[in-house]
Design a protein around this ligand. Structure first.
Ligand code: ACO
Length: 370
């Protein structure tokens, strides 16, 4: 038995949800480029869960279900208010989502119908939780969700308490579409491993949030923003990045296990970043990002991934850095829950082997004789 570090190249599951073939990402066979340009996030969530795009009636019904489910249990809000103010927002999200199960009498109902309902509930409630955490952390009261608006609009509204501009809703919707699913990424794999023991959907999503938090995965978008703030200006960019490259330090937002010729999502976020910076009459963050890309791609051949330009997109939307990774979760919960439903449909416990590298033939010596 020989281990493959990081399971690189190992095909660990069959899935009909999303594919990465020759650098092209599709959701259920639809090219991500088409969906990013044209689809509403709710259509994409429906597509991931059901395998086909919704017709008008199905989409209207989903909007209603999401709207009806977006309000958080009062007990959960009270609980979140007790979290320490210096909380890590992903740790808070992980705790809150785990607690959601306590408020759901069907949490352990394993029927397909109940799990589909819980997938919609999780999709509806994650944006409300993230917005509430952000507000509580900054000493503000959470804002209740609005009825009859999209997830993108509702989230931006709940974050600020004000109706967002149309361009912000459009950009945010596109970011949600681009982050919705990504084959067997680390957090999705974590979700599938958890529910393959026939544990519940809340446990699966909680595991996924834990995996997403790390800076090698979803946590990279916040790390990119921290880097941009640390660099501060275009003038300082070359010196800062060159030092990192010379030290062989990791540059956040670059590289990918699967895409070696570029992440197909990055170009959409780059375009959005440029447009929003121009609209805000301050292209410094975009200019710095482009210069970083020139240096890192030029010298290391590494291309930006989904996290690189999303950092400047969210900054231009006026969102605090610590909410960036939770935003990833707001979108990816659609993919996680689709994968969880798929795992339940054709389940076998996921239990690989390890290549043992420890000592052999040890003899037990009683504690007082050691
Ligand atoms: N900066 C500098 N060097 C890098 C980077 C980077 N961002 N990414 C990879 N490398 C280097 C590695 O050090 C390695 O060099 P070596 O052969 O000299 O040791 C080489 O490129 C190959 O990289 P791997 O480590 O094999 O890449 P792996 O597939 O294991 O990891 C990962 C992929 C985690 C994305 C990595 O590229 C990375 O850490 N990137 C920065 C963090 C990041 O942006 N994560 C978000 C990924 S996208 C997402 O999850 C949403």
């Amino acid at each position: 038995m020989t281990a493959t570090k990081g399971l690189e190249g190992i095909v660990a599951a069959e899935s009909s949800i999303s594919s990465i073939i020759d650098g092209v990402l599709t959701y259920r066979g639809y090219n991500i480029d088409d969906l990013a340009e044209q689809a509403e996030f709710e259509e994409v969530a429906y597509l991931l869960w059901h395998g086909s795009l919704p017709n008008r009636e199905q989409l209207d019904q989903l909007h209603k279900q999401l709207s009806d489910s977006a309000k958080l249990p009062d007990g959960l809000i009270s609980q979140m208010k007790l979290y320490p103010k210096e909380m890590n927002t992903m740790a808070a999200l992980r705790s809150a989502v785990s607690s959601l199960a306590l408020y759901d009498p069907e949490a352990d109902d394993m029927s397909r119908e109940a799990n589909e309902r819980k997938a919609v509930l999780l999709q509806a409630q994650l944006p409300s939780i993230v917005a509430a955490i952000a507000r509580i952390k900054s000493g503000q009261e959470p804002v209740a969700p609005k009825e009859g608006v999209s997830i993108a609009e509702n989230f931006l509204y709940m974050l600020t308490g004000e109706a967002p501009e149309e361009i912000a809703v459009k950009a945010f919707n596109q970011a949600l579409v681009l982050h919705a699913d990504h084959e067997l990424n680390a957090s999705t794999f974590a979700a599938r491993v958890t529910v393959a023991t026939l544990s519940d959907i809340y446990s699966g999503v909680t595991s996924a949030i834990g995996a997403l938090k790390g800076p090698l995965h979803g946590g990279a978008n916040e790390a990119v923003a921290n880097m941009l703030y640390e660099i501060g200006s275009l003038d300082e960019t070359d010196g800062y990045i060159q030092k990192k490259l010379d030290n062989r330090d990791k540059i956040m937002g670059f590289g990918h296990r699967v895409y070696k010729n570029g992440d197909p999502r990055a170009k959409h976020l780059q375009k959005m970043s440029r447009e929003l910076c121009e609209l805000n009459n301050d292209t410094s963050m975009y200019d710095m990002s482009v210069r970083i890309e020139e240096l890192v791609t030029g010298q290391k051949g590494l291309k930006p991934n989904v996290d690189f330009y999303s950092a400047s997109v969210y900054t231009q939307l006026g969102i605090e850095r610590e909410v960036f990774t939770p935003i990833f979760a707001i979108s990816r919960v659609s993919g996680w829950t689709a994968h969880i439903l798929e795992q339940y449909e054709n389940n076998r416990i996921i239990r690989p082997r390890a290549e043992y590298t420890g000592p052999a033939n040890q003899r037990y010596i009683p504690v007082d004789l050691r």
